[in-house]
Write a protein that binds this ligand. Structure first.
Ligand code: NAD
Length: 484
């Protein structure tokens, strides 16, 4: 029987007021219906915001130990349930079981980090005129809306819900319609850990409807969004000026291979960055800029690698790359492979395995693609593909490497393969990317380090995930002057 899932609003599991639902299907086998989820609209959003508005002041008034304790318990439950939730993640999003377990097991560490932040929400004191004590205190913002993408449905949500709740806020959470079950699981775990029932609302919905209703709904004090630049821009344009907004968006990330690099290291770095997670990471490697003497060999080695990767359902033994997450992703990746061919590029891989292999006929499977010899004005150098397609071109100097790596509207992650320290230092200082990695893939980040891009990759409201300023977005500073 088809499982019918619910929203969680004002402490009650309930269907959308309209009764509408949408389907959640397995991208490795679209015949597998995971369940039906509420297709909410503005009425559900209004009820969710009203419920959370009423609940957060009591949570904010709790001692920080109480808030930390709930988040520590959330971490414990996540750790215990990680493998079970990882299987559902593979079924819902498509990533391999190994990738899903890596994501799910890390969520416990995320919540522990934010539990600690609840206890460290410090203010400052300032030198002042005699007889006065001037100090700053941090207070919650109020109702925080959390809007997340599907590619890391646990991780992206945990690193917003965790700090928001740690700071004493309430949350209206709208997960991606591609991964609604993962959103539901996170809320269930928070409730099991003892979160006050009305403090969090879960509002599921397909398309832009729920997100747009959130931006139009009075009473939302802050909105933290991770997703595409196109949607981020729409959100920024539609919010009222007194709503705080954090936008973390796309990337067009490059790996630069300098002339002294080991080819083996370069291949391992690029394979992981470009083809891991089926290329569906915001920090995924989409471009490679390689010193001309290494170009031919690197292209040949990457072509071989793309041809040998085992593609299939994420649950199957030995599979290294799962399907794309949706039919739209599948069509988009194949369209870019077509564009590369039309533009005269040399394309190896990029086959539509759904059509080519009958055992994969019901999923969104493609072979990873390596594209070389593209013209300089190719769309593949500029547009975010968000799939396992990597374009390679030769470079003749460090100057050219920096110029081309930065020749994009995005500025999320860049990596450099070299042992040449002066080049590393100059590159790291000059490049317009928020994350610079040396001798490691553009993907993969420390959960306690600041995360976020530059240019179109972020609105720079405050760095996400970790670091000294991670709580800035989720708290307001008030200055208090104490006179005798
Ligand atoms: P998306 O922008 O299509 O959707 C993101 C979320 O916004 C979803 O929950 C969606 O339902 C909602 N939404 C859609 N239209 C909306 C609207 N008009 N108003 C408000 N909300 C709306 O992105 P996606 O396809 O889910 O994710 C892929 C994108 O996310 C890629 O561009 C990727 O680079 C980016 N991403 C960025 C990071 C990062 O940390 N910078 C991390 C992961 C993914």
């Amino acid at each position: 029987m088809t499982e019918r899932h619910l929203n969680y609003i004002a402490g009650e599991w309930q269907p959308a007021f309209s009764g509408a639902t949408f389907e959640d299907r397995n991208p490795a086998d679209e015949r597998d219906l995971i369940g039906l989820f509420p297709d909410s609209d503005a009425a559900d959003v209004a009820a969710a915001v009203a419920g959370v508005s009423a609940a957060w002041p009591a949570w904010a008034a709790q001692s920080p130990e109480v808030r930390a304790d709930v988040l520590f318990k959330t971490a414990d439950i996540m750790a215990r349930r990680a493998d079970e939730i990882a299987s559902e993640l593979t079924r819902e999003e498509g990533k391999t079981l190994t990738e899903a377990r890596n994501e799910a097991r890390r969520i416990a560490a995320n919540f522990r980090l934010y539990a600690g932040e609840a206890l460290r929400l410090n203010g400052e004191t300032y030198p002042s005129e005699s007889g006065q004590l001037v100090l700053s205190v941090r207070q919650p913002v109020g109702v925080v809306a959390v809007v997340t993408p599907w590619n890391f449905p646990l991780s992206m949500a945990a690193r917003k819900l965790g700090p928001a709740l740690a700071a004493g806020n309430g949350v209206v959470f709208k997960p991606s319609e591609i991964t609604p079950l993962m959103g539901q699981r996170l809320v269930e775990v928070l409730l099991e850990a003892g979160l006050p029932p009305k403090l969090v609302a879960l509002v599921q919905g397909k398309g832009a409807k729920v997100g747009q209703a959130i931006t139009a709904q009075p009473g939302v004090d802050a909105l933290t969004f991770t997703g595409s630049y196109t949607v981020g821009k729409q959100i920024a344009a539609s919010l009222s000026t007194d709503t705080r907004v954090q936008l973390e968006m796309g990337g067009k990330n490059a790996t630069v291979v300098l002339a002294d690099a080991s080819i083996d290291k370069a291949v391992a770095t690029i394979e992981r960055g470009a083809f891991g997670l089926t290329g569906q990471a915001c920090t995924g490697t989409s471009r490679v800029l390689v010193a001309r003497p290494l170009y031919a060999e690197l292209v040949a080695r990457l072509e071989k690698s793309a041809a040998s990767i085992k593609v299939g359902p994420g649950t199957a033994e030995g599979v290294q790359m799962g399907p794309l997450a949706t039919r739209a992703q599948y069509d988009k990746v194949l369209a870019y492979v077509g564009i590369a061919r039309e533009e005269g590029g040399r394309v190896v891989g990029g086959d539509a395995l759904r059509e080519a292999d009958s055992s994969l006929a019901h999923g969104y499977f493609v072979r990873p693609a390596v594209v070389s010899d593209l013209p300089d004005d190719s769309r593949l150098w500029r547009e975010e593909i968000f799939g396992p397609v990597v374009a390679i071109r030769p470079i003749d100097s460090l100057d050219e490497a920096i110029r081309l790596a930065d020749d994009t509207e995005y500025g999320l992650a860049v990596s450099l393969v070299t042992g040449d320290l002066p080049s590393v230092l100059r590159f790291a200082r000059e490049t317009q990317h928020g994350i610079v990695k040396v001798n490691s893939p553009t993907t993969g980040v420390s959960l306690n380090a600041p995360f976020g891009g530059l240019k179109h990759s972020s609105n720079q409201a405050a760095k996400e995930q970790g670091g000294a300023n991670v709580m800035d977005f989720y708290s307001r500073i008030k200055s208090i002057y104490l006179g005798a």
